[in-house]
Design a protein around this ligand. Sequence first.
Ligand code: SAM
Length: 262
Amino acid sequence: MIQKIRFYINFWFNGVSKYNIHSPMIHEFIENVLDNNIKYYAFLGIEHYRKILLKDSTLLTLNDFGQGSKSIKSKKITLKKLTKKVQSTPNKAQLLFKLVNYFQCTNILEIGTSLGLTTAYLSNANKKASITTIEGDPIIYKLAHANFKKLGLKNIKIINSSFDETLPKLLKNKFDLIFFDGNHSKEATLKYFNWSLEYLNDEIIFVFDDIYWSKGMRSAWDEISKSSSVKLSLDLFSLGIIFFKNNREKEHINLIHPCNFY
Ligand SMILES: C[S@@+](CC[C@H](N)C(=O)[O-])C[C@H]1O[C@@H](n2cnc3c(N)ncnc32)[C@H](O)[C@@H]1O
């Protein structure tokens, strides 16, 4: 916690508010995605379902897949604790919904499904999109699969595999959004980033979760934003967003905004 406060102070000192941003593209993004307070109809169903999961005391025995939550030390966990500790918050998942909706992303990859609540947001953001999501733990995979059925989501393909096994083949598909949200170590994050760079297209957007989760993640994010292929790295503290559009000067922005705390 103290480390996170230190990270935020540093972020804030180097940060700007939206009023200091000159790029029309970034202004429009802030207005339509970050400042968009619409509560879409789809949110109700997913949040109702989250409430049900938050009351479920079923005991699960999990595999140890990558670095997950600092507060989950045991392999045995109740479904309600998994829902509380590992899922992205409603605000963060809704931000991703608005991002997909705004850019009309059509081929989305989520690296790290967990129970699939964020996947459900991505799926609802564009019903014509195809969502691929990877989960290594067989028990969580089955739960997520069942959750998609219960929520009536038909545009999701979930793969039960380790990232290392699946990503090299999967990344050959032309994705327009990749959400990196599993195995939060510096080495793994940089490895998945570098693999994804091999199949880069101009329109693709990368979103990294938990960029201030640890010193390692902070340092991975630093290297990613400095990569020569990256044109714009937008640091929201809670998430890092990377754009590659070639017709821009390279730019890094720490945006001071309420979404820093999602
Ligand atoms: C942080 S959770 C994903 C949360 C979800 N994206 C959300 O927004 O709610 C990360 C998930 O990735 C899985 N995972 C972590 N490392 C993995 C690996 N190397 N291969 C496959 N799955 C992995 C974990 O089992 C966990 O369920």
